[in-house]
Write a protein that binds this ligand. Structure first.
Ligand code: PHE
Length: 453
């Protein structure tokens, strides 16, 4: 433990975990996914997945990591060593590379928007239609997009290399509450706009006819993605956690914060979408089109907007750092690389892997509309390495803990700090049956849906 460094307190761990969880998943992806997948009913499935799969698997990951004090690959190897589990470990590392690659593209847009907000671009282009035209031109300009993508990757690598990760997390302790307050103010502005009613209704009144196999995968994937589980991030963080800490309580807090931010982000965006006559199904561009126009309609909107983008960038960096951590820990622990070499290598590869995702919004006709697939490269890669890979990862992590390593050993680890964990039977039931079976049901539905098409 001492040689790997560690979290000095439970608050430190919850902060790091919440820092990993809260990022683009809550602020950007949750509103657009809710918009694209039918509104309130998506939110219900998302919440169910957070509690039935998210919390149990987060507890499982942290427990495994704390027990082995290793990365995902090393953890599976130490506790079992079979081929299948090697492959699951490899999938975790691969997800780390891939998610880092496309996530940094979107984070780059946020950085670009920060600069544009500072320059006052949105003072002149401020209706949603104007911002929409600005956005389309902006993200189809390859040099800009790739440069911003590079900056995010470089900043993340820089934070890891300079060892200032804890510093950023401590900083975020003060800044994330500010981001939350800004989101609440935005939500108030949004729900009081004329025409917000349709958006509110869309967000709050479930329409069960919108349930379909793809929407179930999207809601489940969104829950896992935004909780940073299914690729060993929480496992790796758990490997730095002291024995005396209360894992279930930490997992509950992290999940609570993540849900809170997501739900408020939905209130900030969706009512404004209808108020501005935009469509809910805009996809990844949704918040980039809507938010600048809300800022324009708020007193002090200029400063508000600038502050908002700065805070989102901080939230993003505490997430990208946690994504990078998984492949880096793998190369350092399992391959004996130096931290520096591992960080530079993973970052360089992720930059290259992210290029097609960056070009998928107009810069390259090919990646914007993949021949034969009727969709863009970004949607494909963020669905595969996001929704699908994290679901598969969570399934195997749950099965591994419950059926290979065993719940009794996990409970012994969970209780090392002298915590009672009164909900242990509930957790055991969720991790043995509910979490893996729900994931299987979602995939079975998808397969049936594919053949029915
Ligand atoms: N949860 C992070 C976010 O919402 C993204 C993430 C996914 C981080 C997977 C780590 C692992 O921004």
């Amino acid at each position: 433990m001492a040689s790997r460094g560690g979290f000095s307190s439970r608050i430190g761990f919850i902060l790091a975990g919440a820092g990993s969880a809260i990022g683009l998943g809550a602020v950007w992806r949750f509103p657009y996914m809710t918009g694209a997948n039918g509104g309130a009913v998506f939110v219900l499935v998302f919440l169910a997945c957070c509690f039935l799969i998210g919390v149990p698997v987060m507890i499982a990951e942290i427990t495994l990591g704390r027990h082995t004090e290793r990365n995902p690959v090393g953890t599976f190897q130490l506790l079992h060593g079979g081929r299948l589990w090697k492959a699951v470990g490899a999938l975790c590392v691969l997800s780390g590379f891939m998610i880092f690659s496309w996530y940094s593209v979107i984070a780059g847009w946020v950085l670009g928007y920060l600069w544009e907000a500072v320059r006052g671009t949105f003072n002149t282009a401020h209706t949603a239609d104007e911002v929409g035209r600005f956005f389309a031109a902006y993200v189809s300009h390859a040099p800009t997009v790739l440069f911003l993508h590079f900056l995010i990757i470089a900043a993340t690598a820089g934070i890891v290399l300079r060892g200032v990760k804890e510093g950023i997390e401590r900083l975020s302790k003060w800044l994330m509450p500010v981001l939350f307050v800004l989101l609440i103010l935005l939500a108030i502005r949004s729900v009081t706009l004329p025409g917000a009613g349709a958006g509110l209704e869309f967000y709050l009144r479930p329409d069960f006819s919108k349930v379909n196999p793809r929407m179930l995968l999207a809601a489940m994937g969104q829950a896992l993605f935004s909780l940073s589980i299914g690729m060993g991030t929480m496992l790796t963080y758990g490997s730095y956690l002291a024995k005396r800490e209360d894992i279930p309580a930490s997992a509950m807090w992290i999940t609570f914060f993540e849900i809170l931010v997501s739900i408020v982000a939905g209130f900030a965006v969706l009512p404004a979408v209808s108020a501005m006559g935009q469509s809910f199904t805009e996809g990844p561009r949704l918040i980039f089109v809507v938010l600048p126009s809300i800022f324009a309609m708020m007193p002090g909107g200029y400063l508000f907007g600038v502050g908002f983008y700065v805070l989102v960038i901080i939230a993003v960096l505490t997430s990208t750092v946690s994504i990078l951590e998984v492949p880096v820990a793998y190369f350092v622990d399992e391959r004996g690389w130096s931290r520096r070499a591992a960080t530079l290598f993973v970052s360089g590869v992720a930059f290259v892997l992210g290029i097609p995702a960056g070009l998928a919004f107009g810069a390259s006709a090919f990646f914007t509309s993949l021949p034969g697939l009727h969709t863009d490269f970004f949607t494909v890669v963020s669905t595969l390495f996001g929704d699908v890979s994290l679901s598969v990862g969570c399934f195997f992590i749950a099965v591994f803990l419950a059926w290979v390593w065993g719940v009794p050993r996990a409970l012994a680890e969970l209780r090392t700090g002298g915590h009672t964990f009164r909900l242990a039977p509930v957790w055991a039931f969720l991790i043995r049956y509910v979490a893996p079976i729900s994931i299987l049901v979602v995939f079975a539905n998808l397969l049936i849906g594919l053949f029915a098409d």
